[in-house]
Design a protein around this ligand. Structure first.
Ligand SMILES: [Zn+2]
Ligand SMILES: [Zn+2]
Length: 123
């Protein structure tokens, strides 16, 4: 079953290639990933705890600033399609439904550096 949850982009400094490039952000309930569109460096995140009340309880230890983003997604808890808050650091990744506060936590599982096989057109 193909699940589509979060799909967005964030323009940020990539600490692998040292360029400011779109970071492609995808998440489903089983996994989240962030891929640099310039060099293909990818971080894979796996679920840590689901449905924790306070998004701030995990102290971030990060090599880049936290990205606070918003993306539209269909919440698997309340089924409402609407804005979700994303908080992404290089070691953790959280999504939170603004409608019901349902939160996914992910932690960094592995990281790899590769060249993306697909050409991404930038307008
Ligand atoms: Zn990069
Ligand atoms: Zn929800």
């Amino acid at each position: 079953m193909q699940e589509r949850f979060i799909f967005t982009k964030h323009r940020a400094y990539c600490y692998h290639c040292g360029q400011v490039a779109d970071q492609v952000i995808k998440a489903v309930s089983a996994q989240a990933q962030v891929t640099c569109s310039n060099c293909g460096a990818t971080g894979i995140y796996v679920p840590r705890v689901e449905n924790v009340e306070t998004p701030g309880i995990f102290t971030p230890i990060d090599c880049h600033d936290l990205w606070n983003l918003t993306a539209d997604a269909a919440c698997k808890h309340c089924r409402v399609e609407g804005p979700h808050d994303l908080v992404i650091g290089c070691r953790h990744f959280t999504t939170r439904c603004r409608n019901c506060d349902y939160t996914h936590f992910y932690k960094l599982d592995l990281e790899f550096v590769a060249h993306c096989p697909i050409e991404i057109e930038e307008s």
